[in-house]
Write a protein that binds this ligand. Structure first.
Ligand code: NAD
Ligand code: UFG
Length: 349
C-alpha cells in the first residue's frame, strides 16, 4: 500500500494534527479529519487547505460517540488512523481526572472498537515523554520504565497499555490485526514555515514557548523561570524541544512502516525527540538571538511536578523508521515567532 491510502486523522484541527494533515496531503495521502473543536478552530482546516491546495472531508464530531465513528467508517474507506484527539492540560487533568480518563482513554476504546468492527488495524497514537515520569537518567530510551505522576500522563500510559494488550492478544491468537505505532513526543514547538498554522493556546499558556511568545508580543510583562536550582548546568529545567514539522515527518515515516506488510505487525514504540536538551535560559537566549526581541524574565521557585531534565535517545526511530529531527533551535524560534506575529490572537482574530 502506498501514498494513495486514506488516513483518518482524529484531532486534526489541533496544533500537531493540523501540521500532520499538511504532511500527509503533501506525501500524497488522502485524509478524513474528525475533531470536536473543543480545543481548536475550524479555521485551521481552511488554512491546511490553503497551504496544500487540496480538499478533504472534515467531520465535526466526537471520538467518544460510537455512532459518529460507525457512520464515518461506513462512509469512508479508511486504511489507517492517526490519533491525535485528546485533552492535554496537566493541571486540568489533576482537578478533573474523570474528564481526562473519559475523553482520552474511553474515547480511544470507542475508536478501537469502531476500527475493529470495520477491519482497520493500523493506528499511530500520540503518546508523550510524560509516560517516563521522572527518569533515573538521561537520555531516555524506549525501554525505560513507565511511571506517571498525573491523570493526563496516566491516560497516555493506559492507552499505551491497551495497545500493548491488543497486540499481545493477536500474538497469542495467531492473528495479525493490530499494527500500532506509539509515538512518544518530547516537547513540540515551532510552526509551519508559512506562518498560517501553529499553536493557539486558550487563555494564558502553561508551556514555555507559548508563554515566551506572549511576553515578546507584550501581552505578558515577563516570563517566570520556574527554578534555577536544578542539578543542570545553569540550574534551570532542561527539555528536548522538537520542531512540529519534524515531529509530523516522524508520523509519516511511522505510517510508511505500518503500511508495509513486510514489517512486523504488533505494537512499536518510538521516541520522537532531537536527542538534545536545552535549558530555560538557553531557550530565552536562542529566542532573542533568532528574533531580535528581548524576553524579560524573573526567577521564581520550582513549579510543582516539574522534573529537572528530560531528553530523548532517538536512535530507535532512526534505525527502524529512518527518521531523525533536522531543524535546529533557531529555526524553531523563527517559525514560532513568524506564526505568532501573523496571528497574535491565534485563530480568533
Ligand atoms: P491540541 O489540543 O491542539 O489538539 C488536540 C485536538 O483534539 C484538538 O483539536 C481537540 O479539539 C481535539 N479533541 C479533543 N478531544 C476530542 C474528542 N473527544 N473528539 C474529537 N476531537 C477531540 O493538542 P496537540 O498539542 O495538537 O496534541 C495532539 C496530541 O498529542 C494530544 O493527544 C496530546 O496529548 C499529544 N501530545 C501533545 C504534546 C504537546 O506538548 N503538544 C506532547 C505530547 C503529546
Ligand atoms: N517553564 C518555565 N516558565 C514557564 C513555563 C515553563 O520556566 O512559564 C519551564 C518548566 O519549568 C520546564 C520547561 O520550561 O523546565 C518546559 O516546560 P513546559 O511546560 O513547556 O513543558 P513540560 O516539559 O513541563 O511538559 C510538556 C507538556 C506535557 C508533556 C511533556 C513531555 O506540557 O504535557 O512536555 O512531552 F507531557
Amino acid at each position: 500500500m502506498n501514498g494513495n491510502a486514506t488516513i483518518l486523522v482524529t484531532g486534526g484541527a489541533g496544533y500537531i494534527g493540523s501540521h500532520a494533515c499538511v504532511a500527509l496531503l503533501e506525501a500524497g495521502y488522502k485524509i478524513v479529519v474528525i475533531d470536536n473543536l473543543v480545543n481548536s478552530s475550524p479555521l485551521s482546516m481552511a488554512r491546511v487547505k490553503a497551504i496544500t491546495r487540496q480538499d478533504f472531508a472534515f467531520i465535526e464530531g466526537d471520538i467518544c460517540e460510537a455512532r459518529t465513528l460507525d457512520a464515518l467508517f461506513k462512509q469512508y474507506s479508511i486504511d489507517a488512523v492517526m490519533h491525535f484527539a485528546g485533552l492535554k492540560a496537566v493541571g486540568e487533568s489533576c482537578s478533573n481526572p474523570l474528564l481526562y480518563y473519559q475523553n482520552n482513554v474511553a474515547g480511544t476504546l470507542t475508536l478501537c472498537k469502531a476500527m475493529k468492527a470495520h477491519g482497520v488495524g493500523r493506528i499511530i497514537f500520540s503518546s508523550s515523554a510524560t509516560v517516563y515520569g521522572e527518569p533515573h537518567t538521561v537520555p531516555i530510551d524506549e525501554s525505560f520504565p513507565l511511571q506517571t505522576t498525573n491523570p493526563y500522563g496516566g491516560s497516555k500510559k493506559m492507552v499505551e497499555d491497551v495497545f500493548r494488550d491488543l497486540a499481545e492478544a493477536d500474538r497469542l491468537g495467531d492473528a495479525e490485526f493490530w499494527r500500532v505505532g506509539l509515538l512518544r513526543y518530547f516537547n513540540p514547538v515551532g510552526a509551519h514555515p508559512s506562518g498560517m498554522i501553529g499553536e493557539a493556546p486558550n487563555g494564558v499558556p502553561n508551556n514555555l514557548l507559548p508563554y515566551m511568545l506572549q511576553v515578546a508580543l507584550g501581552k505578558q510583562p515577563e516570563l517566570t523561570v520556574y527554578g534555577d536550582d536544578y542539578p543542570t548546568p545553569d540550574g534551570t529545567g532542561v527539555r528536548d524541544y522538537i520542531h512540529v514539522v519534524d515531529l509530523v515527518a516522524g508520523h509519516v515515516k511511522a505510517l510508511h512502516f505500518l503500511l508495509d506488510e513486510n514489517n512486523a505487525s504488533g505494537c512499536h514504540t518510538w521516541n520522537l525527540g532531537t536527542g538534545q536538551g536545552y535549558s530555560v535560559l538557553e531557550m530565552i537566549t536562542a529566542f532573542e538571538a533568532a528574533t531580535n526581541v528581548k524576553v524579560p524574565y524573573k526567577i521564581a521557585p520550582r513549579r510543582p511536578g516539574d522534573i529537572p531534565a528530560c531528553w530523548a535517545e532517538p536512535s530507535k526511530a532512526q534505525r527502524e523508521i529512518n527518521w531523525q529531527a533536522e531543524q535546529n533551535l533557531a529555526q524553531m524560534m523563527k517559525d514560532s515567532w513568524h506564526w505568532q506575529c501573523q496571528n497574535p490572537e491565534g485563530y480568533d482574530a
